[in-house]
Design a protein around this ligand. Structure first.
Ligand code: SF4
Ligand code: SF4
Length: 386
């Protein structure tokens, strides 16, 4: 259900230069109080984190455990029970390894549990407001949670450009739903599909770990970049707006996912609708931040839906790095990767829709991204700040 538009969408911002536990705690308290602390009635909070893969916190792939600790400590101190969870990317079913590598496992204690969002099953959801999905299969735990805090990591994303609050909710769907969204071969359709999922059950509050963000070709193989902020707010699109400004976007609505969300009326359509508390807008950008490679923003608006035809970012195997684990074949939404068990993967270029899920999920970085001439130019323009 679309909430009535407030006079202003409030986003709280606080500087945070490191993951020192006390510094994170202080900054989080500031950001939340500036945004307006949420009222939690049922005494139970689900923290939807970003636990994409079993990656160490300093790689900036996942929400840092110190941020999760600070949120859960605050919730517990107010008498709430807390569960921290996510659906990792498709195939990382080794829960113990995932929780250990990301540091999330160490957060479990009295009043705080951790796990996978799928551990209570999923159910099918249909919604008259869907634009591209017919139905979605979504985590029961997420749908039934009385209060959800969306604890997103600020990252670039080679398909959606930015991964933050709205994109983080994509992880509440099951593998089949996510594969279907990625198999569309259109960035515009993917953006609408992610927004369809988001509107099913928008989170009640959002916190962004933008202390160490990811730049370049995220969300798995970009580079960590210190950005030094914690953001908070009730409206995910408003918080994502501020997060995109940290990434040096002058007009966040040029990002297809942000435009799709704004067109649904689920948040601000103009910066004047956002009240940023705790910072001036021109303090946010991290100078020199490298955006993801994508020509979409450089194309005229009427061509953006067809961008995939012009920009060929395609997967390319680096054999020396491949451990022949078969993960890429399992994540491919259109079964374009073949090969015997234990053999090197082979990509069928006719069927490949260039979603780059194989690149995102390859555990060794062996499935690299090959850029065509136009994409390479776009990358250079971005490095020079265009
Ligand atoms: S490319 Fe990556 S995911 Fe695919 S088999 Fe090789 S190591 Fe595994
Ligand atoms: S081969 Fe890789 S890029 Fe191509 S469709 Fe499959 S997962 Fe996507």
């Amino acid at each position: 259900m679309i909430e009535p538009e407030p006079e202003k969408y409030i986003v709280g911002a606080a500087r945070c230069e490191s993951y020192d536990p006390q510094e994170v705690k202080d900054a989080l308290c500031l950001a939340i109080s500036r945004a307006g602390a949420p009222e939690i009635k049922d005494g139970s909070v689900l923290i939807k984190t970003n636990m994409l893969s079993p990656s160490a916190p300093d790689r900036a792939v996942t929400t840092h455990p110190e941020v999760l600790r600070a949120i859960s400590d605050g919730m517990r101190a107010n008498g709430n029970s807390v569960h921290i969870a996510d659906n990792p990317g498709y195939i990382f079913s080794d829960k113990g390894n995932l929780l250990k590598a990301t540091g999330v496992g160490g957060l479990a204690r009295e009043g705080v549990s951790v796990g996978l969002l799928s551990d209570q099953g999923v159910r099918s959801v249909r919604n008259d407001a869907f634009r591209v999905l017919e139905e979605a299969r979504v985590s029961n735990r997420y749908l039934d949670a009385p209060f959800v805090i969306n604890a997103a990591k600020l990252k670039t994303h080679i398909e959606t450009e930015v991964s933050c609050c709205i994109k983080n909710i994509f992880g509440t769907a099951d593998t089949a739903t996510r594969k279907k969204c990625h198999g569309s071969a259109s960035e515009t359709v993917l953006a609408e599909a992610i927004t369809d999922l988001f509107i099913i059950r928008p989170p009640d509050f959002n916190v962004v770990d933008a202390i160490l963000a990811m730049e370049g070709d995220g969300p798995s193989y970009g580079k960590p970049k210190k950005t030094g902020w914690i953001l908070a707010g009730t409206n995910a699109l408003a918080v994502d707006w501020a997060a995109s400004v940290i990434m040096c976007y002058k007009n966040p609505l040029e990002i297809p996912l942000m435009a799709a969300a704004a067109s649904r009326g689920i948040g601000p359509r103009d910066r004047s609708q956002i009240e940023l508390v705790g910072a001036e807008w021109d303090e946010l950008p991290r100078n020199g931040f490298k955006k993801s490679t994508s020509l979409v923003r450089l194309l005229p608006t009427f061509l953006r839906g067809a961008a995939h035809r012009f920009v060929t970012l395609r997967p390319e195997l680096i054999r020396e790095q491949c451990v022949r684990c078969g993960i890429c074949g399992r994540v491919c939404p259109v079964d374009a990767i073949t090969g015997e068990a234990g053999a090197y993967p082979e990509i069928n270029r006719q069927s490949c829709v260039k979603c780059l899920c194989c690149h995102e999920m390859c555990p060794t970085g062996a499935m690299a991204v090959h850029k065509n001439f136009l994409a390479a130019i776009a990358g250079k323009l971005r490095k020079s700040g265009a």
